[in-house]
Structures are given as structure tokens and as C-alpha cells.
Design a binder for this molecule. Structure first.
Ligand code: PGU
Length: 464
């Protein structure tokens, strides 16, 4: 850490003194304070013009000296490394962000249309209420549960607009910390990397339940059920509503029923993270079926939503936290406390993304167009998934079963590559991915499937 020192001259020349006093010199990693303390003159190259200077104090060692460098983020840091690579075949399969076949970011047509409508109506930039845009909150809860769902009809859902999926999860974590002190959140092993950070920062204890079975590259259903059973009664169980991140492995409808059974039996509280509604199957309703199953049993539950992927609103930070309560009265009180938690954190949420969602969902023409675009995006991901699988099978003559790639759903494929193999993908093949072996198929074009297949086969067989 560099220390900065102001130097004052002993020369009688006032002008020179003043100019020198303004001079700042960097001392590199030298601990200047401690040198002064020891009565030693710090050794550094002194410019000639400063040769008569006495070091009459004014040290400024940073008060942040003890703060160490944070590691790069395991997901978002991958994009930074990708940008720095100049290789022509480089591929960014790190972050889960949809790209076109030309590997360009995609702004949905319905989003552009909604933005035009917003411009035309000349909306202002006044603060939103703490809970967010009322029309958005209504639209988002109805999209999740279905407008005719009894939880909506009976006004049993407390919905508060959040700062996308992450901010909504964080708000829920704050609610758990405040009103369920000591309660544990169970998270899948593995899970989206930020889940642990969110609960750690909110001071909510968590532990993991088994989810991924490396032997089958599939779901460890028995392990999952027995870990949920073994957890202290009344724990929160974090579930990925669809398109599990990072594995791409979802329970079957029958397995969801059994998961709901054990959660109910143990009096746990289901806590859904729904970051990919419509993106997994291409259907908004189908991707919400896990959440709706739990709601239909009359269970109380939490659901964090995100519009980053399904509407491509990544940077708008638009999402929501929904708390389904057993009475409308409880929902009103929960909502008031969510607002109280939000107020000192960020006061009130941003308006732009909320208006886009409300306009798209509230306009039947745009809503239908959105569904078509979502199907198109989900379809492109499915087609590169198929092509990648076909390319790998055609190139790999060992007879290894790669069918798990096809069984996975959503943006990601969990390749089963270990850290060393994932490093080889990046260092040798310029394929950027997370070190847990996850690739985002949303960042793959069909033109690059063959290349990726070569990279995976090389890494799998030639690196241990
Ligand atoms: N929950 C899950 C399961 C996610 O995968 C993501 C995004 C989020 C919540 C939060 O998304 P928001 O943008 O806050 O709505 N995961 C992506 C995006 C990059 C990241 O890590 O934030 C990913 O690549 O895993």
C-alpha cells in the first residue's frame, strides 16, 4: 500500500516553499510512519530539486491499511478476465446472460416497445413508495402464482419490489434474521455462489443439503430428502424454483411432491429463488409450477423473483420478494416490516425496470410478444445444448455417456469438469467458465459448439 507524504522546504523562498509543500511523493510499500518513529530517514530517490528538504512530517498512511485485497468474484470476475483476453476463439460461458447467435447482448423487442410507451406518456422520476411500483407488485405476484390463485384472491401475499433477485433475497434474509433469530436456512450443495454471501452478510446461519450426485451427474434425491428431514424443525429451505443454478438439474414433478411432503412434515418454511421463470421450459406457468404446488397446499412460503434473465433486464435491477402468509392480516404486517427493513438500506427501489415489467405484463399484446421472445431465447439455448451434445458424442469414441448434458435444463450445463480441467478450458482453449465446471449455454453460439466440444473432450481426458 502506498503511503503519501507532504514535504515542507526549509528554504526562505516562500514561493519555492509553497510549491514544494504541494509536492507529494509516493513511498511505495515503505512504512513511513515506522521509519520516522525509529528516527531513520526513509530511503527513497529524492529528486534533485528537493535535496535540501527536511522531512517535517505530514504523513498520511491510509486508515484502510489493514484492509486486504478481496478475491475476484467467482462469477462476475470471469467476465473481467474474458475482456482482457484477445484470442479470436475466446468464449465467455461464465456469467448467466443471454447472447444472440452472434454472441451479442440482447435487448428484447417488447422491452424497447414498453420503453417507447413510457417515453410517450412522459412519466416523471419521482421517488417510488418504499414497497415499489404498485402496478409492478401486482403484476409480479400474479405472474408467479397466477391471477386466480387463492393466495392472490385472499390477499395473502406480501409483495415488495426488490433490487432484482439478489436484493430481494437479501431483504428476505434480513426479515429472517430479525424475526426468526437463530433459524437456519438450508441451501443446496452446490448452489448459486452468492447465496452463501447473502446469508453470511445478513448473519443468518445456513447449512447445506445434498443435491448433486457426481456419480450420475444427476440429483441426489434421497440425500436431499434425508438432509431436509434431519434439519431442525422450522428451518427455511431454499429451493430453486426451476433451472437449478449451477447444475441445471431440477426435481421431477413427483419429486417436488415428496419435497413438499417432507417440508410440511417438518414444519419448515420453503423459500424459493425464482430467477428463471419462463427461461427453463419457455413457459411462465410451467416454470412456476413448483411454487404453485407449495402454495396450493396452503403452506406459508417466501419467493424471490428476478427479471434479469426472462426479460433481459439485468442492469435495471428489477425483482421482488413475496411472502405468502396464512392470513391477509399477517401479510399486511409482514409487508410493513419488509418496508421498514428496506428503508434504511436503500430507501426505495428504482422505477425504470418496474415500469417496463408492469407495461409488458399489463398489455395483452406485449405480454404475448414477450412469451414468444422468451420461447425463442429458451429455444436457442436448447438447440445449442443439443448441438454441443451431438458434437461431443461424434468426437468422443470412448462410448462415455454424455446424456446428462441433455437432461439438464435452463441456461447452464454442469459439465462435471473439476477445477484443474476448468482451468485448462480457460488457459488452453480461452473458454471462460466458473471453476465449479459450470458453463452458460446462453453464451454459446451453434457456430462454436464444435470448438467447445473439442475443449471439453481435451480437458476431460487429458487433465486429471
Ligand atoms: N438467483 C439465482 C439462482 C441466480 O442464478 C441469479 C443470477 C440470481 C438469483 C440473481 O440475479 P439478479 O441479477 O440479482 O436478479 N445468477 C447469474 C448472474 C450473475 C450473478 O452471479 O449475479 C449467474 O451467472 O449465476
Amino acid at each position: 500500500m502506498a503511503a503519501i507524504v507532504s514535504v515542507v522546504s526549509s528554504t526562505p523562498n516562500a514561493a519555492a516553499a509553497s510549491s514544494l509543500s504541494k509536492e507529494k511523493m509516493k513511498l511505495g510499500s515503505c512504512n513511513f510512519n515506522s521509519l520516522l518513529w525509529q528516527g531513520k530517514r526513509p530511503s527513497f530517490a529524492t529528486p534533485k530539486s528537493l535535496s535540501k528538504v527536511t522531512m517535517s512530517v505530514a504523513t498520511n498512511v491510509s486508515r484502510f491499511e489493514s484492509i486486504t485485497m478481496a478475491p475476484p468474484d467467482p462469477i462476475l470476475g470471469v467476465s473481467e478476465a474474458f475482456k482482457a483476453d484477445t484470442h479470436e476463439m475466446k468464449l465467455n460461458l461464465g456469467v448467466g446472460a443471454y447472447r444472440t447467435e452472434d454472441l451479442q447482448p440482447y435487448v428484447l423487442n417488447v422491452v424497447k416497445k414498453a420503453e417507447n410507451l413510457m417515453l410517450e406518456s412522459g412519466e416523471n422520476k419521482e421517488y417510488l413508495p418504499i414497497e415499489g411500483l404498485v402496478a409492478f407488485n401486482k403484476a409480479t405476484a400474479e405472474l408467479l402464482f397466477g391471477a386466480d390463485n387463492s393466495v392472490i384472491q385472499q390477499q395473502r401475499v406480501a409483495t415488495v419490489q426488490g433490487l432484482s433477485g439478489t436484493g430481494s433475497l437479501r431483504l428476505a434474509a434480513a426479515l429472517i434474521e430479525r424475526y426468526f433469530p437463530g433459524a437456519k436456512v438450508l441451501i443446496s450443495s452446490p448452489t448459486w455462489g452468492n447465496h452463501k454471501n447473502i446469508f453470511n452478510d445478513a448473519k443468518v446461519p445456513w447449512s447445506e443439503y445434498r443435491y448433486y450426485d457426481p456419480k450420475t451427474v444427476g440429483l441426489d434425491f434421497d440425500g436431499m430428502i434425508s438432509d431436509i428431514k434431519a434439519a431442525p424443525e422450522g428451518s427455511f429451505v431454499l429451493l430453486h424454483g426451476c433451472a437449478h443454478n449451477p447444475t441445471g438439474i431440477d426435481p421431477t414433478p413427483e419429486q417436488w411432491v415428496k419435497i413438499a411432503d417432507v417440508i410440511e412434515e417438518k414444519n419448515h418454511i420453503p423459500f424459493f429463488d425464482v430467477a428463471y421463470q419462463g427461461f427453463a421450459s419457455g413457459s411462465l406457468d410451467e416454470d412456476a409450477s413448483s411454487v404453485r404446488l407449495f402454495a396450493s397446499r396452503g403452506m406459508e412460503l417466501l419467493v424471490a423473483q428476478s427479471y434479469s434473465k426472462n426479460l433481459g433486464l439485468y442492469a435495471e435491477r428489477i425483482g421482488a420478494i413475496n411472502v405468502v402468509c396464512s392470513s391477509a392480516d399477517a401479510a399486511t404486517r409482514v409487508k410493513s416490516q419488509l418496508k421498514r427493513l428496506a428503508r434504511p438500506m436503500y430507501s426505495n427501489p428504482p422505477v425504470h425496470g418496474a415500469r417496463i415489467v408492469a407495461n409488458v405484463v399489463g398489455n395483452p399484446v406485449l405480454f404475448n410478444e414477450w412469451k414468444e421472445e422468451m420461447k425463442m431465447m429458451a429455444g436457442r439455448i436448447k438447440s445449442v445444448r443439443q448441438k454441443l451434445y451431438d458434437s461431443i458424442c461424434a468426437k468422443d469414441k470412448t462410448g462415455k455417456d454424455w446424456s446428462y448434458i441433455l437432461k439438464q435444463i435452463g441456461m447452464f450445463s454442469f459439465t462435471g469438469l473439476n477445477k484443474a480441467q476448468s482451468d485448462n478450458m480457460t488457459n488452453k482453449w480461452h473458454v471462460y467458465m466458473t471453476k465449479d465446471g459450470r458453463i452458460s449455454l446462453a453464451g454459446l453460439s451453434s457456430a462454436k459448439c464444435e470448438y467447445l466440444a473439442d475443449a471439453i473432450i481435451d480437458s476431460f481426458y487429458n487433465v486429471s
